[in-house]
Design a protein around this ligand. Structure first.
Ligand SMILES: NC(=O)C1=CN([C@@H]2O[C@H](COP(=O)(O)OP(=O)(O)OC[C@H]3O[C@@H](n4cnc5c(N)ncnc54)[C@H](OP(=O)(O)O)[C@@H]3O)[C@@H](O)[C@H]2O)C=CC1
Ligand SMILES: CC(=O)N[C@@H](CCC(=O)OP(=O)(O)O)C(=O)O
Length: 349
C-alpha cells in the first residue's frame, strides 16, 4: 500500500531531513510540502540538496492544505503545531517533531515552554524501556498520533534508561554534558549561531537546569522505572559541527552492584535493536560515525573510583534525533517493517 504524505515545515532543517529520508521510503509518497515565509516558492529553493523533489512547491501551512493526507509530519516551531493539529479531521497518522505533544505534565509545560499545554501523544522513541511494558515500540503499534522526541532528550533517555530499568544506577544523581551541533537550533539561526561566532569555539547554553529537554528526560526515565525522583544536571555545549550530538552522562552506581551487572544492563537492553548499539568495552562513539544514519552508538565505562557509570552516546540530531525517529515510529504505528526507508549506515569521512 502507498500512503499519501504531507510534510509541514518542509523548508526547515527537520522538514528537509524528513524529506531526504522519505525519498528512500517505498511506501510513503510525499504529495504536499508546506512552508511559512517561503510558501509559494519551489521547495528546491529552500532545500537545494533534494533534487528528486524539484517538482514540489511549498504550500501555506494550513489545515485545509494538510487535511486528507494519510500521514502528516509536522516540523514547525514549538507552539505552532498544537493548535494546527487540533483542526485536522481527516489524517490517519500525525507525527509532530516539535515539543507540543511531548509532555504529560501541564506544570512542566508551563515552567519550561509556556502557552497552552496540549495533550501528550505517543512518544516516538521505540527503543526506550518502559517499566512493566517492554519498550515504547509496543505503545506505538496502531497509534495515530506520535510525538517525536527532542534530539538531546532522546540521546540522554536512551543513555540512561537501561541502568534505571535494571535498578543498577541511582535516579537522584545524574549529570549529562552534551556537545551539540547548531543545526539542532533550526534554520532560523540566532545571531550567536552565525559562523563567525561559532567557528573555533565551544559555547555552553541553557546552563543551570533551564534547558527544555530536562522535563522530557525526567518523564522518560520515570517511565523506565526510576525508583526515586529523577535529578538531572544537564548542560549542552554548542560546538562547530553542523550535525551531531555527543552526550556524556554519568550516574551513581547502586552500592553492591558489580561492574559486570552494570554493563549487562545496557547490553541486554539493546542486544536485539537495529538502531541502538552498545559498542565493545573500551570503545566510545564519535558523532561522525552516525551522520545521516538512523543510528545511536553508545560506549559504557565503569568509573570505579567515582562509583559511577559513564555512558557516551552519539547520534545525528536531524536523523535518529528527529526525522529518523519520526519515520521509524510511523512505520511501527502502521505495521510496516520498522526499518523501512531507514539506514544504519552513516556518511564518512
Ligand atoms: N533541528 C533539529 O535538530 C531538531 C528539531 N526539532 C523540532 O522540529 C521543529 C522544526 O525545527 P527545525 O526544522 O530545526 O526549524 P527550522 O527553523 O529549520 O524550520 C522551521 C519550519 O517551520 C516553518 N515556520 C516558521 N514559523 C512558522 C509558523 N509561525 N507557523 C508555521 N510554520 C512556521 C518554517 O517555514 P519558513 O522557512 O517558510 O519560514 C520552516 O519550514 C521544531 O519544533 C524543533 O524543535 C526536534 C528535534 C531536533
Ligand atoms: C543547538 C540547539 O539549540 N539544539 C536544540 C535542540 C532542539 C531539539 O531537539 O528539538 P526541540 O526544540 O524540538 O526539543 C536545543 O538544545 O534546544
Amino acid at each position: 500500500m502507498t500512503y499519501s504524505v504531507a510534510v509541514a515545515g518542509a523548508s526547515g532543517y527537520a522538514g528537509g531531513e524528513i524529506l531526504r529520508l522519505l525519498a528512500g521510503h517505498p511506501e510513503f509518497d510525499v504529495r504536499t510540502v508546506t512552508g511559512h515565509s517561503t510558501a509559494g516558492q519551489p521547495l528546491i529553493a529552500s532545500q537545494p540538496h533534494l533534487r528528486s523533489l524539484a517538482h514540489l512547491t511549498l504550500q501555506p501551512t494550513t489545515p485545509e492544505v494538510l487535511d486528507g493526507h494519510d500521514i502528516v509530519f509536522f516540523a514547525l516551531p514549538h507552539g505552532a503545531s498544537g493548535e494546527l493539529t487540533a483542526q485536522l479531521t481527516n489524517v490517519r497518522l500525525a507525527v509532530d517533531c516539535g515539543a507540543d505533544h511531548r509532555l504529560t505534565s501541564a506544570e512542566d509545560w508551563a515552567a519550561f515552554y509556556g502557552g497552552e499545554h496540549h495533550k501528550a501523544w505517543t512518544y516516538g522513541v521505540p527503543e526506550l524501556l518502559v517499566a512493566g511494558a517492554g519498550k515504547q515500540r509496543d505503545a506505538l503499534v496502531g497509534t495515530n498520533r506520535i510525538a517525536a522526541p527532542g534530539c538531546n532528550a532522546s540521546t540522554v533517555a536512551l543513555s540512561l534508561a537501561p541502568g534505571i530499568a535494571a535498578g543498577v544506577i541511582e535516579a537522584g544523581d545524574i549529570v549529562s554534558v552534551l556537545a551539540v551541533g547548531p543545526s539542532g537550533a533550526g534554520k532560523a539561526a540566532k545571531t550567536h549561531l552565525l559562523g563567525a561566532e561559532l567557528m573555533g569555539t565551544a559555547n555552553p547554553y541553557a546552563v543551570g537546569g533551564t534547558h527544555r529537554h530536562i522535563p522530557e528526560i525526567q518523564q522518560a526515565l520515570r517511565g523506565a522505572g526510576a525508583r526515586a525522583e529523577v535529578k538531572l544536571s544537564f548542560t549542552p555545549v554548542l560546538v562547530p559541527m553542523s550535525r551531531g550530538i555527543l552526550a556524556t552522562s554519568t550516574a551513581r552506581i547502586v552500592p553492591g552492584v558489580t561492574a559486570a551487572e552494570v554493563r549487562a544492563a545496557w547490553e541486554d537492553a539493546y542486544a536485539d535493536e537495529t538502531f541502538v548499539h552498545v559498542l565493545p568495552e573500551g570503545v566510545f562513539p564519535r558523532t561522525a560515525d552516525t551522520l545521516g544514519a538512523n543510528t545511536c552508538l553508545m560506549g559504557i565505562a565503569i568509573d570505579e573510583a567515582a562509583g559511577r557509570v559513564v555512558v557516551v552516546a552519539a547520534l545525528d540530531n536531524l536523523a535518529k534525533g528527529t526525522a529518523g525517529a519520526a519515520i521509524q515510529s510511523a512505520n511501527i504505528a502502521l505495521g510496516l517493517p520498522e526499518s523501512t526507508g531507514l539506514s544504519v549506515n552513516g556518511v564518512a569521512p
